[in-house]
Design a binder for this molecule. Structure first.
Ligand code: F0G
Length: 363
């Protein structure tokens, strides 16, 4: 019987940077591309959701961590470090463990979801809560990696981008061609950079030296969405105190800012802001109408699609992929509140069939 071998083995011919590296894998990638019928009806297009929450640690980071940790292993690293809003640290901690390396993570004070924190601890990472935001954490992590013998595994590490570009390959392989539009949340902007690289490399006749031709006939427009309180690319300047309930993308000065603008401009796409309210509505829409549970930041892609649709900007019948980047169980608190912010608690009943039937409206 055959199982998915992880992105490094499945796409080995397209990851030349990893030639000769040991393959450190938890069989990441191979995530489902799910037809979203309700969403499709709503926006008048063919919408698919790329469910990255189904990766081994529950987010898309695993695609880039298999490559970053394998690269670190290739040159004999014993320790890795990262700054993180939570998912990168969960992934780094798991893959470092698999590789027998130690892992240090710097997370912003108090603004990291419990599920993610528990993963880093479970995998034995050394965890520092920095009295600052993600951007401060990244500054410190970069300096440490310059001076001390630890490898930085944030998305400024090119091996991260190499691994994450495989999501585009999977989408083209599933659809038979690239979609017309690709929507995704933007935080530190590594992922939009990686997707765009993947789509560029996966077209026929791309003319990129030493990269094999791909099966796609076109490249999509890249539509990126930032949270309104953390939207430096949209506003055109860094944000000192980024805010949003979508803590994963609470970032004021993205490391791959320029690459994100290139992806937007070269693809004829857009980068816009969506409010926390829109994010929570999209989060609820996905779970209650499509059966797909995501963490709030992930829902920014769908919130953005709905926003553009409301403004009349979604072409009729277009093929659209929305990446949802992390699993809902990472940060379940948001499901336990109504859209009004009030807690949603189950009704208590005695052990009684008739009472249960009444409570359920069956009698
Ligand atoms: N969605 C989720 C669930 C994320 O965790 C992140 C980033 C993003 C979207 C944005 O991706 O940074 O490549 O633009 N999380 C990083 C972390 C910052 O530390 O886990 P990006």
């Amino acid at each position: 019987a055959h199982q998915w071998r992880g992105v490094m083995r499945e796409y080995a011919d397209r990851l030349p940077m990893l030639d000769g590296a040991p393959v450190i894998t938890l069989h990441e990638g191979g995530t489902p591309l799910i037809a979203a019928e309700k969403l499709s009806d709503r926006v008048g297009a063919r919408v698919f959701v790329k469910y990255e929450g189904l990766n081994p640690t529950g987010s898309f980071k695993d695609r880039g961590m298999t490559t970053a940790i394998s690269m670190a292993a290739k040159h004999g690293a014993k320790a890795v470090i990262c700054a993180s809003t939570g998912n990168t640290s969960a992934s780094a901690a798991a893959y470092a463990t698999k590789a027998g390396m130690t892992c240090a993570v710097l997370v912003p004070d108090g603004k990291i979801a419990m599920g993610k924190l528990s993963q880093a601890i479970a995998h034995g990472a050394t965890l520092l809560q920095v009295e600052g935001n993600f951007d401060d954490c990244l500054t410190v992590a970069r300096k440490l990696a310059e001076v001390y013998p630890v490898d930085l595994v944030n998305s400024v590490n090119p091996a991260r981008i190499e691994g994450q570009k495989t999501a585009s390959f999977e989408i083209v392989d599933a659809l038979g061609d690239a979609p017309d539009i690709h929507c995704l949340p933007v935080g530190n902007a590594g992922n939009i950079t990686a997707y765009w690289k993947g789509y560029r490399e996966y077209v026929a006749g791309h003319g990129i030296p030493d990269v094999p031709d791909g099966p796609a006939t076109k490249r999509p427009q890249m539509w990126g969405f930032q949270a309104a309180g953390s939207a430096p690319i949209v506003l055109g300047h860094p944000i000192d105190q980024p805010e949003t309930i979508a803590t994963a993308i609470r970032i004021g000065n993205p490391a791959s800012w320029q690459q994100a603008e290139e992806a937007r401009d070269d693809s004829g796409g857009r980068i816009e802001a969506v409010t926390d309210q829109q994010i929570l509505e999209a989060h609820r829409l996905l779970s209650s109408t499509e059966g797909i549970f995501v963490e709030p930041a992930s829902a920014a892609s769908v919130a953005g699609l709905l926003q553009v649709h409301a403004a009349g900007g979604v072409p009729d019948g277009a093929t659209i992929v929305c990446t949802v980047t992390g699993h809902g169980l990472k940060d379940p608190d948001w499901a336990l509140k109504g859209l009004d912010g009030e807690p949603v608690a189950p009704q208590r009943i005695p052990v009684d069939v008739y009472g249960a039937a009444v409570a359920l409206g069956l009698d």
